[in-house]
Unconditional design. Structure first.
Length: 274
């Protein structure tokens, strides 16, 4: 909001500079610098009926991690917020388990197993905070805008958790296969599907993102997402809420064997400025 309004102030300043009769090189440089600022700022805004539109980003830097590294809902808050968005969380005090959304700043990319479920598989993450999604069994949890509202969703940054990534890379003797199999040629994959819903609760559209893909006949092209990567959500259009579902080539009698997690950050959406 501040960015778009400032652009008009900059434009006025440029006009004042332009009307001055000083032809010195100093003023020319100032005018060029101001003009460049106007161009950069205005490219982030556009007009829509009812006002200007800007891209708003929800991240998690203002959230306080409960024990210094992550929050999983053990305080029974049931949710957390970032900007206009509310993230659902369910915590089971009997089992000390959670589902829905948590947040973290852990980036241990070497420790395998469930005990490292809160780490993002990106060694360059540092202390950046991010959300983690783990779905409730047989159902969904949602990230939602205020009731009755709809916003145009743009994108979200995604990455694997270390738990998921190392299970895909090395397998888990107790339940999960190594992607590619013994030969390395099995066309395995693991993907997350984003699903948008309107204010009436109707599913509008969905879009897929492969968090690991071993389908190529050239094994050198097999990959596991190991850095923050943009997931384009623009095809979902205007939504009130969003959820994620997972699928994989590694499945058993109890469902998917691949650990169903995704790390999320920088969820971008359009906001109308009155």
């Amino acid at each position: 909001m501040f960015v778009c309004r400032m652009s008009y102030k900059l434009a006025n300043e440029f006009q004042k500079l332009h009307t001055k009769n000083d032809e010195s090189m100093k003023n020319v440089k100032i005018q060029l610098a101001v003009l460049l600022s106007i161009f950069v700022v205005l490219t982030s805004c556009r007009k829509e009926i009812g006002g200007l539109v800007e891209i708003t980003k929800a991240d998690f830097e203002l959230l306080a991690v409960g024990n210094g590294t992550y929050w999983n809902g053990s305080d029974k808050a049931g949710k957390f917020t970032s900007g206009d968005l509310t993230f659902e969380n369910n915590y089971n005090t009997l089992y000390g388990s959670w589902d829905g959304f948590a947040w973290s700043q852990k980036a241990d990319v070497t420790t395998a197993g469930f005990g490292n479920q809160y780490s993002v598989f990106d060694p360059s993450n540092g202390t950046n905070k991010f959300a983690i999604y783990y779905p409730p069994f047989g159902s969904d949890a949602f990230v939602s805008f205020p009731s009755g509202s709809e916003f145009t969703i743009k994108s979200v940054s995604v990455c694997n958790t270390t738990y998921t990534a190392l299970t895909i890379k090395n397998g888990d003797p107790s339940f999960a296969k190594k992607f590619g199999g013994v030969s390395g040629n099995d066309p395995d994959w693991f993907k997350v599907t984003a699903i948008g819903y309107n204010a009436a609760g109707v599913s509008l559209n969905s879009v897929d993102f492969y968090l690991a893909d071993y389908r190529s006949t050239d094994n050198t092209k097999d990959y596991i997402v190991n850095k923050w990567t943009t997931f384009d959500l623009s095809s979902l259009g205007k939504i009130n809420k969003l959820t994620f579902r997972f699928s994989s080539t590694d499945n058993g009698a109890w469902g998917m064997n691949t650990p169903a997690y995704v790390c999320l950050d920088n969820l971008k959406y359009e906001q109308v400025i009155k």
